[in-house]
Design a protein around this ligand. Structure first.
Ligand code: GUN
Ligand code: ZN
Length: 440
């Protein structure tokens, strides 16, 4: 008989708030000998091994010692149809879109291509420890169907949407205001709230949507208030200038989205680098979330995200890879580059705050902290198992590590998919690597 429960044993780290630093022990629980008990895809208990094991009923025990268990990583901005765009040379945003990205995305008109790429996409996410992502699909409905179908097959909590774009793009990559509306409504009907899926209404950015399409996006948001909204904001100076030409009556870039009723706590705004004081006020007032995409911002030469400035205004920032302008699927490498972007502005990112950000912090910006991002009882059992000695360089450095913060910083600066020993999605192991099993 297969056991109903699984007991993962290892060191555990679980956040209950954003830590200010290592002394802020009320914000996190770290157990040297810890465990996570799982049943039916949910976490039953986590924390001290002895206490958790005492609650278990004939579980399958998987011993991950000496590795570190924490909630699976959450990537809040990634482009599914850019899996074969990542690492394309030599351009800044608008040229990069026109030269590499738009031509590649036209291939997702094909349901077969979309399905094949969806399998690769989720293999990559999970291999890097990411268990939830918020993704842009291509303009084609088929790409979003493939994205959601493959996530459902793997029981992954995923958020996404087809991009709406009806101008300034090649012929094979545009919808119309009406077809964009109709396809989005159909996708919401077919996928939103089904299993672990949520829909994000996705006008790509102001440059690729006419005012008529923005009106349709506004209608979609009004008619589906529990869907997310995602778009791009103020990533690059040429993009901002073009937006201002296309929407001359707007007070600034953000005002385009504000005018069409797209802003609120469910809105995720990729990049948000070059903001005016009025735009920052509007972000604070509406509760919309800027999304910091450090590897992308450095790769495209877009600019430096002012994390501390926005935080000081009480604005909840998410963090993300933005593959394929982002250069790594790894949220660890995202933290590595994020640390440097903040350093360049004299801002600091403590490793405890960093690991909170890619787990519970991103969950909070999505309003999902009751479901994902922690190891709390009752939440979904998406768990990553990290090995801070995964490479010779990490192992050597770990020999001089004296604290949990040291270990986290080594993972953040030197870690990538090699540091991900195992990933559980709704309680099921998703990497083929053999695990040591032991009886309690
Ligand atoms: N702005 C509009 N579309 C995109 C995209 O695909 N990637 C990035 N980085 N910025 C965008
Ligand atoms: Zn993007």
């Amino acid at each position: 008989m297969t056991p109903k429960q699984t007991l993962l044993r290892g060191r555990t780290l679980n956040f209950s708030a954003e830590p200010t630093g290592p002394e802020d022990t009320a914000a996190y629980q770290y157990c040297e000998d810890g465990a996570v008990l799982i049943e039916g895809g949910l976490i039953v208990a986590s924390g001290d091994y002895t206490a958790v094991a005492a609650q278990a009923v004939q579980p399958q025990v998987i011993d991950h010692r000496p590795h570190l268990l924490m909630a699976g990583f959450i990537d809040t901005h990634i482009h599914f149809p850019q899996v074969q765009v990542i690492a394309s040379w030599g351009a800044q945003l608008l040229d990069w879109l026109n030269s590499y990205t738009f031509p590649e995305e036209t291939r997702f008109a094909s349901p077969d291509h979309s399905a094949a790429m969806a399998g690769k996409f989720y293999d990559l996410l999970l291999g890097h420890g990411t268990t939830t992502a918020v993704a842009y699909c291509s303009v084609h409905k088929a790409s979003a169907d493939a994205f959601f179908a493959e996530a459902a097959r793997r029981d992954m909590r995923m958020i996404g949407g087809k991009v709406m774009m009806d101008r300034n793009a090649p012929d094979g990559l545009m919808d119309t205001p009406q077809s964009g509306y109709d396809d989005t409504q159909a996708l919401i009907r077919d996928w939103h709230g089904k299993g672990r899926a949520s829909y994000a209404i996705t006008p790509r950015f102001a440059i690729t949507s006419t005012p008529a399409q923005m009106e349709m996006a506004q209608a979609l948001v009004a008619e589906n208030p529990d869907c997310y909204v995602q778009t791009h904001l103020s990533e690059n100076h040429a993009e901002i200038d073009f937006t201002r030409e296309l929407y001359p009556q707007a007070r600034d870039y953000l005002d385009v989205y504000e005018t069409y009723g797209l802003l609120g706590p469910k809105a995720l705004l990729g990049h948000a680098i070059h903001l005016t004081p009025r735009e920052i006020d509007a972000l604070a007032e509406t509760g919309a979330h800027p999304v910091f995409c450090p590897t992308s911002n450095l790769f495209l030469g877009s600019g430096l995200f002012d994390g501390a400035g926005l935080r000081a205004r009480g604005i909840g920032n998410a963090i993300a890879t933005d593959v394929g302008a982002g250069t790594s699927y790894s949220m660890l490498q995202t933290l590595n580059e994020g640390y440097k972007v903040l350093q360049l502005q004299g801002q600091s990112l403590h490793p405890l705050r960093a690991f909170h950000w890619i787990t519970r912090g991103n969950a909070v910006t999505l309003g999902l902290e009751g479901k994902i991002g922690t190891l709390d009882a009752g939440t979904e059992a998406d768990v990553v198992v990290l090995d801070a000695r995964a490479t010779p360089a990490m192992d050597l450095r770990m020999q001089r590590a004296g604290s949990l913060s040291d270990e986290l910083f080594i993972l953040q600066m030197l870690g990538d998919d090699r540091a991900v020993a195992q990933v559980y999605v709704a309680g099921r192991a998703s990497k083929g690597a053999p695990v040591l099993e032991a009886a309690i």
